[in-house]
Design a protein around this ligand. Structure first.
Ligand code: KG4
Ligand code: ZN
Length: 348
């Protein structure tokens, strides 16, 4: 079954063709340059770009997959959560295609897409003792989504069975990265830029304390990191030297990645989950990936991470989840509406 996956929840216009776990094409038009002058995503600009990009991206995805529209068995699109006007563009485009092709339409939750992105075939070689090379991911697993809009920790019992163990009380991890990067004048999107520069600084130069959310808490909070970074920046009186920026980036990154790791290890012990899956844009972070590998090895656990291009938003993860719903005959009505906010599961 060849599934067309369309993703427009934020600032990436993405279309993919996926067959089972195999990615036949995965085209992403990034809008970073359009939003950079504003220091963040402007929903109306994102939506207008989706309208302009979608026809060409669809054409490219079909060409690269070497299929015609008539070969597509179903059309899947993100319908929640995300920026409402941006979601509406991709959703309506996908529904119109499904209607014209007389093929099933499947609305996909963006969070379910991220969580399942590790199941897509990964052609990139990632030799690692803890990354079950060729070993299928076994349920149940611990699933963390760390992105620009979400920081959610789940126990995943099976496809479609997600138990929320904890989420952020305020900012998402990627949002904190972007805001601190902005304070440091690194530009937008800040996460990858801060990640790059952090390796040149001293991670012990500045103190960032982990939020205190209660002894047994599996929740997250990142607003304190932003405030601490702001206070350090203000003390420089407008003169941010290169070494200050590098050291602050390194200290922020060290503390945030330690915090994420602490939560993973705590949840893994409490819920006896030895398979760890980490997805979303921040899962592309080099420091986090290195720490996860070390921590998994020390704890006798196995970690599964998507390749870098599947950490950030993409159509392949939406097509893959759409395909799984199709197997279960879970189609969506063409009247399905977009929703800005939604949860995959309630807190346990
Ligand atoms: O998953 P994603 O593309 O979109 C959402 O669903 O939110 O994640 C984008 C987020 C941004 O906040 C971006 O700065 C962050 O992921 N990000 C990173 C890295 N690459 C992307 N954060 C830290 N280190 C990175 N290497
Ligand atoms: Zn996302």
């Amino acid at each position: 079954m060849k599934i067309l996956g369309i993703e427009t929840s934020c600032d990436e216009t993405a279309v993919a063709v996926v067959e089972g776990r195999k990615i036949l094409s995965n085209i992403i038009a990034s809008q970073h340059a359009a939003h950079a002058p504003f220091g963040g995503v402007v929903p109306e600009i994102a939506s207008r770009h989706h309208i302009e990009n979608l026809p060409a991206i669809l054409e490219e995805a079909l060409q690269q997959a070497d299929v015609r529209l008539a070969d597509i068995d179903a059309v899947a699109a993100t319908y929640t959560p995300g920026l409402l006007p941006a979601l509406l563009i991709g959703l309506q485009f996908a529904k119109s295609l499904a209607f014209a092709l007389k093929k099933p339409f499947i609305g996909v939750n963006h969070l379910e897409g991220h969580l399942n992105s590790v199941f897509l075939d990964d052609p990139s070689p990632q030799p690692s003792p803890t990354r079950g090379e060729g070993v299928p991911i076994e349920y149940p697993f611990l699933g963390l989504i760390v992105s620009g809009g979400h920081t959610h920790l789940y126990k995943v019992e099976a496809f479609g069975k997600y138990i929320l163990l904890g989420a952020t009380r305020d900012d998402a991890a990627g949002e904190a990265y972007d805001k601190v990067a902005k304070l440091l004048g690194l530009g937008y999107p800040g996460g990858p830029k801060l990640d790059k520069i952090a390796h040149q600084g001293n991670p012990q130069a500045f103190r960032f304390t982990q939020p205190k959310l209660g002894e047994d808490s599996l929740e997250f909070s990142f607003s304190g990191y932003k405030t601490a970074a702001l206070l350090h920046v203000q003390k420089q009186n407008g003169d941010l030297s290169q070494s200050f920026v590098q050291d602050l980036a390194a200290s922020f990154q060290a503390s945030v990645t330690d915090f994420l790791l602490d939560r993973i290890v705590a949840a893994s012990i409490r819920h006896d989950l030895t398979n760890w899956v980490v997805t979303g844009g921040v899962a592309a972070n080099k420091a986090l990936r290195a720490k996860l590998e070390k921590e998994a090895q020390e704890n006798g656990c196995r970690q599964y991470l998507p390749p870098l291009n599947l950490c950030t938003d993409n159509g392949a993860m939406i097509a893959y989840v759409g395909g799984r719903h199709l197997e279960n005959k879970k189609y969506s009505p063409l009247s399905l509406n977009a929703m800005a906010y939604s949860e995959l599961a309630k807190c346990e």
